[in-house]
Every structure is written in C-alpha cells, then in structure tokens.
Design a protein around this ligand. Structure first.
Ligand code: TYC
Length: 145
C-alpha cells in the first residue's frame, strides 16, 4: 500500500504488515504512529530495480481540529434547564454555568467549551437529545475554532 507525499513529490510504502491492503491519505492520522517508511527507489517509467530501502523513520503529529460548542438563546427553555445542561455536559460550576446562561440569554449565543471534533460532536448530540427528551427547543451547535 502507498500514499503520495504531495509536499515532496515522493511515493512511500508503509512496511507495517498490519496495514497491508489499507490505503491512506495525509490527514487521516496514521503518520503519527511512527511507522517505518520505505522510500521507493524504482522509477516511475518502470525502469527501476524494484528494490526498496528503509531511508527514514518519519514522525508527523497533527494538532487536533478544535471546535467551539455553542448554546443558542430561545424564548422557551427554562433558565434552570440551561444551567443544568452546562453543569452536566460541560462540567461547569453552578456560578459559572449561571454566568454563561445569562450571557447566552442576553447576547443570543455563547460558548460552552472548546473540544476536538468527536468530543464536540458527542456533546452537541447529548445536549440536543436531553433538550428533546425534556421538550425544550434549546439549540446546541459547533463551529471550527
Ligand atoms: N431565554 C430563556 C428564558 O428566558 C433562557 C435561555 C438561556 C434559553 C440560554 C436558552 O441557551 C439558552 N427562559
């Protein structure tokens, strides 16, 4: 299996047998596993020897993509319910939760926290499910930082 390193115009082969048959592209995180990389010494016109040698051990880490989780104001969700949501799903102290709720109430939108994509997505889903179960129109969304 291989992937193209577009930044250097090279093609690498990953020598880990566990990854046999899988295809990868930059950005899916597998490079952060410190895999041995074999640089292809063959030529693209098929005239190469076909021999490959391990030339480097490349480590590439990625900063997680962070997302703000937002609460939106509405006219019907009880203030106490919003405070409970902030305490339960965003681990806020009651005083902080109350401040955030009041801020959302007066400004229209407010940040509950900043998280990597999958955590943000889970929190949005949990809040929306909780609001729906309690028949409140509270809206929770996420946006890229
Ligand atoms: N505006 C709501 C009320 O007056 C309270 C509220 C605050 C609703 C924050 C949603 O995200 C929200 N009951």
């Amino acid at each position: 299996m291989f992937f193209a390193d577009k930044s250097e115009g090279l093609t690498y082969y990953v020598s880990d047998p566990m990854l046999k048959g899988q295809e990868f592209s930059f950005g899916d995180g597998f490079m952060s596993q410190n895999l041995p990389i074999i640089k292809d010494t063959g030529r693209s016109d098929d005239q190469g020897s076909g021999t490959s040698v391990i030339t480097e051990r490349k480590v590439q880490t990625r900063a997680p993509n962070l997302y703000r989780v937002l609460l939106h104001n509405d006219d019907y969700t009880p203030m106490e319910f919003v405070v409970m949501v902030l305490e339960t799903f965003f681990n806020k102290e009651r005083a902080v939760a109350t401040e955030i709720m009041i801020s959302v109430h007066s400004k229209g939108v407010g940040v509950c926290g900043v998280y990597p994509y999958e955590i943000a997505e889970t929190k949005v889903a949990l809040v929306m499910e909780c609001a729906r179960e309690n028949e409140h129109p509270l809206q929770c969304t996420m946006e890229r930082v």
